[in-house]
Write a protein that binds this ligand. Structure first.
Ligand SMILES: Cc1cc2nc3c(=O)[nH]c(=O)nc-3n(C[C@H](O)[C@H](O)[C@H](O)COP(=O)(O)O)c2cc1C
Ligand code: SF4
Length: 387
């Protein structure tokens, strides 16, 4: 008989208890205005919570205005606290915990009109100009911004904070040997490249103490030649474990900047994305988009082969993510020693999928991984197959 935990039974995540081991992965909701929580955002998470998930994640919240990756993200300043409290109350009323994903978009912020920041200057096709290399003062300021953001999330009554260390955003750019060409204490060796992300994680933990669970979303592989790969990312996981500031690591991969489809797998929604772009840029993307968005076939639990290597290497709780759509996959993740699973698109398609799996009304989600929800982040994130 299997000794694996029941995925639908309560589980401890650092200082908090979740009603089950299934987490809603961050899928940017495109539901905020004026950088604060909206009623639409609350309703998005109420539905997911009512559908039975253990914890829902409010997607990408910026730690500072220059950290926004898209216009109209929540900026984690004091003005955001009342809205966060309202959202937390509504989610808690459904018996679900709530996390906020916090990040600094780095070079990706160039898309929002800010001067993109990166470890070393790179050309940003989003802004058609070069980014600026961060200075020591920037690093000190952004570290403080992460700590302050953690405190805002705690004051907002949330249960957890997820620090974004993946997907080509600023901390992830620092980890990348391709993007980080610095020769100072923040670049070069892996220990140097990991210094800023580790400093961020420590600062957030120091700021929130035991008030919140603290997790990180970490790239196992950037999916680009010369980028962060599993040999080094396992070492980063070991360093983070040794620092003792995290309650779990969510394992991901890919880069919003350099190789987005590595993150999702399946078909690239070229035409739907082109429709969200102005005139000539949209036309160019329609014609040449396939070059920028190489596709990878979708497979159930596509990150599992990489994530297994992490399971062998570290003892810290791990959250398996990426193409989880079936009950037997969740059970298998538990058998392989993952403490939690995270699901994104499957719960966009069916916010009540966890209930359906738990009651055995269904054994598999309906999401077909067409990725046509990706461009809906600009108009209110939704599954295009749901009316
Ligand atoms: C519409 C959409 C928006 C997303 N927004 C975010 C985001 O804000 N932050 C993030 O870390 N990942 C984001 N993701 C990626 C998901 O968190 C997840 O890593 C990815 O979808 C793979 O998981 P899945 O196969 O369960 O969907 C987004 C995914 C989708 C489909
Ligand atoms: S649009 Fe719907 S079916 Fe397609 S990937 Fe997104 S959630 Fe799944």
């Amino acid at each position: 008989m299997s000794t694996a935990p029941d995925p639908f039974a309560p589980a401890q995540l650092g200082p908090i208890t979740l009603r089950n081991r299934i987490v809603k992965a961050a899928t940017f909701e495109g539901a905020t205005r004026d950088h604060v929580v909206s009623d639409r955002l609350i309703e998005f998470h109420r539905r997911v919570a009512a559908g039975g998930v253990g914890m829902t994640t409010v997607a990408y919240c910026a730690v500072s205005p220059d950290g926004c990756g898209t216009p109209n993200e929540i900026i984690l300043a004091d003005a955001a606290i009342p809205g966060l409290q309202r959202l937390a109350d509504v989610v808690h009323a459904e018996g679900t915990a709530v996390a906020a994903q916090i990040g600094h978009a780095g070079a990706v912020a160039a898309a929002t009109g800010h001067r993109g920041l990166s470890p070393s200057p790179v050309f940003s096709p989003l802004a058609m100009k070069r980014t600026r290399a961060v200075t020591d003062d920037d690093i000190a300021r952004i570290t403080r911004d992460f700590a302050d953001a953690g405190r805002v999330v705690a004051d907002g009554g949330f249960d957890a904070v997820e620090i974004h260390l993946g997907h080509g955003y600023l901390p992830s750019e620092f980890l990348s040997p391709k993007l980080n060409r610095r020769t100072d204490q923040w670049g070069g060796s892996l220990a140097n490249r990991a210094r800023f992300p580790r400093q961020i994680v420590t600062a957030v933990r120091d700021a929130v103490g035991g008030r919140l669970a603290v997790t990180a979303k970490l790239n196992m592989a950037d999916g680009v030649p010369g980028g962060l790969w599993i040999d080094e990312s396992i070492e980063v996981a070991r360093m983070l474990e040794a620092d003792g500031c995290l309650d779990a690591i969510e394992l991901t991969g890919g880069s919003s900047l350099q190789n987005p489809m590595y993150l999702f797998r399946g078909e690239a929604p070229i035409h739907e994305m082109a429709d969200t772009m102005p005139g000539v840029i949209g036309l160019g993307f329609r014609l040449f988009g396939k070059r920028f968005l190489p596709e990878y076939p979708f497979e159930e639990a596509y990150f599992l082969p990489y994530a297994r290597q992490f399971r062998e290497a570290v003892d810290i709780p791990l959250i398996l993510l990426g193409g989880i759509n079936r009950l037997d996959t969740i059970q298998r993740a538990m058998e392989e020693g993952f403490e939690f699973v995270a699901m994104g698109r499957a719960l966009l398609r069916e916010p009540d999928l966890v209930d359906k799996l738990q009651t055995r009304t269904s054994a598999e989600g309906l999401c077909i991984h067409c990725n046509k929800c990706m461009p809906t982040i600009y108009s209110g994130t939704r599954c295009v197959l749901v009316e």
